[in-house]
Design a protein around this ligand. Structure first.
Ligand SMILES: C[S@@+](CC[C@H](N)C(=O)[O-])C[C@H]1O[C@@H](n2cnc3c(N)ncnc32)[C@H](O)[C@@H]1O
Length: 137
C-alpha cells in the first residue's frame, strides 16, 4: 500500500533503468554500499526478535526496504520520503511485495510527519538520509 497514488511516473518511463541508475549513483557516494546494507539487515536480525514492522527514514527508491522485505518475510516495511519522483520509483520496485511494503510521502521536517505512521516499530533504519535534517532549535 502507498499514499503516492497521485504521484504517478510519466507514462512509458523505464522505471527499472532509473532504479538501477539510482543504485549505481549511490554506490559512488557510499563505499561498499551493498555490504553495508547486508550488515544492517544482519544487525537487525541479531538484535531484534520478532521483527514485525520496520521503518526506513528517507527511503528513496526502496533500496534498503527491499532486502528487509526479503529477509523478514512476515514483516511490514514502511518507507518515508518527501521526494515525489523517488517514491513512485520505490512503489514500482516494491509492488510485488503487496501490502507488506508501505510507502509514505511526508516531509520529516514537518511537525506532523509521524501522524501518518503506526506508533510502534521494531526497528528504524536509514541510509544516507538523516544528515539532511538539522537539529531543532
Ligand atoms: C541520498 S538519498 C538516500 C535514499 C535511500 N536511503 C538510499 O540509500 O538509496 C536521501 C533521501 O532522503 C530523503 N529526504 C531528505 N530530506 C528529507 C525530509 N526532510 N523528509 C523526507 N525525506 C527526506 C531524500 O528525498 C532522499 O530520498
Amino acid at each position: 500500500m502507498t499514499d503516492t497514488k497521485s504521484l504517478e511516473l510519466p507514462k512509458n518511463i523505464q522505471w527499472q533503468q532509473w532504479v538501477e541508475r539510482w543504485d549505481r549513483m549511490q554506490e559512488r557516494y557510499l563505499v561498499q554500499r551493498d555490504e553495508r546494507i547486508k550488515l544492517l539487515v544482519r544487525l537487525v536480525c541479531e538484535a531484534v526478535s520478532p521483527v514485525s514492522r520496520v521503518l526506513d527514514l528517507g527511503c528513496g527508491t526502496g533500496s534498503l526496504m527491499q532486502p528487509f522485505l526479503d529477509a523478514f518475510p512476515e514483516a511490514e516495511i514502511y518507507g518515508i520520503d518527501f521526494d515525489p519522483v523517488l517514491l513512485p520509483l520505490a512503489q514500482q520496485r516494491l509492488r510485488s511485495y503487496g501490502t507488506r511494503s508501505q510507502l509514505i510521502l511526508a516531509d520529516m521536517r514537518s511537525e506532523d510527519w509521524q501522524a501518518k505512521l503506526p506508533k510502534i516499530f521494531d526497528a528504524v533504519i536509514s541510509a544516507t538520509a538523516l544528515h539532511w535534517l538539522t537539529e531543532v532549535q
